[in-house]
Design a protein around this ligand. Structure first.
Ligand code: HEC
Ligand code: HEC
Length: 220
């Protein structure tokens, strides 16, 4: 059993949410899941209350799922753990305090068993595969100028780099690309069509540190 606290904004209000995989609902890791069906279910049943970039949903009644799980991923949570957290949440929501007359608290809990059986597994698998993947970069703030630490927090979710032990596949494999320092620095400052720009997110010293770390270690 593992329990971690994450903060997430609900309706613009910061609350502390507890993500727990206690196995209360039984693990569904390894069960077959149809993510195409999961995406359909998300659109019809969950999107109204939750932001999820991959689904283009904008609901703010419940927590932003990208923010919640980007933080979980940055803490090293595996997709399998996230899958069980989401599946449990569908069966046993309402682990968070509700105070209808306090703006700092949730107004209501998520209704239990919105979907059940294979549909619950499918939608949990879809959310686990997507939540926080694109929002990874924005979610966790870094302090300090340790290039490896910055890489792990801001870049590794999307990029494979053997020296850092990361296996992200949204962006190019940096070991294969082996980019020189100026190229990395330019990319980090400006971003790309998918990659976020880090100007303003990281300071100049941090940008230099992470660019140097990548240039020194890629392909080694
Ligand atoms: C009526 C609005 C509503 C709907 C519909 C809804 N949720 Fe939620 N969801 C919430 C609220 C409110 C919370 C936080 C409080 C709680 O657990 O009750 C929450 C919490 C969550 C969490 C935990 C996030 C965290 O940061 O701890 C997950 C995961 C989640 N919902 C997934 C889903 C999925 C998947 C669906 C569709 C099957 C769904 N939700 C449908 C309102 C909703
Ligand atoms: C959300 C995913 C994501 C994150 C986070 C991310 N990248 Fe990228 N990166 C990409 C993608 C996708 C590309 C390919 C270009 C594009 O479309 O953005 C890319 C391209 C690159 C390139 C190649 C540029 C070139 O000239 O071809 C480098 C170097 C790079 N990223 C480094 C980094 C570093 C360093 C960080 C962290 C500060 C980072 N990336 C964070 C997704 C990401």
């Amino acid at each position: 059993m593992s329990t971690r606290r994450f903060s997430a904004a609900v309706g613009g209000v910061a609350v502390i949410l507890v993500l727990s995989a206690c196995g209360t609902g039984g693990s569904v890791v390894g069960k077959s899941a149809d993510q195409t069906n999961g995406r359909k279910i998300f659109q019809t049943t969950c999107a109204g209350c939750h932001i999820l970039a991959a689904a283009g949903s904008q609901g703010t009644f419940g927590p932003n799922l990208d923010a919640a799980f980007a933080e979980a991923r940055s803490e090293g949570y595996k997709e399998s753990a996230i899958l069980d957290i989401i599946h449990d949440q569908i069966k046993f929501p309402g682990q968070y305090p509700v105070r209808t007359n306090d703006p700092d608290f949730l107004k209501a809990n998520m209704p239990a068993n919105l979907v059940t059986g294979q549909d619950a597994i499918d939608v949990a698998a879809y959310v686990a595969a997507n939540a926080g993947v694109q929002g990874f970069a924005q979610a966790a703030a870094v302090s300090g100028t340790n290039g490896k630490q910055i890489f792990l927090t801001k870049c590794g979710g999307c990029h494979t780099l053997k020296a850092a032990g990361t296996t992200g596949t949204t962006g190019p494999n940096l070991d294969l690309l082996s980019p020189p320092f100026p190229r990395v620095k330019k990319q980090v400052i400006n971003g790309g069509s998918i990659m976020p720009a880090f100007k303003g997110v990281l300071n100049d010293a941090q940008i230099n540190a992470v660019a140097k770390y990548v240039a020194d270690h890629a392909g080694k």
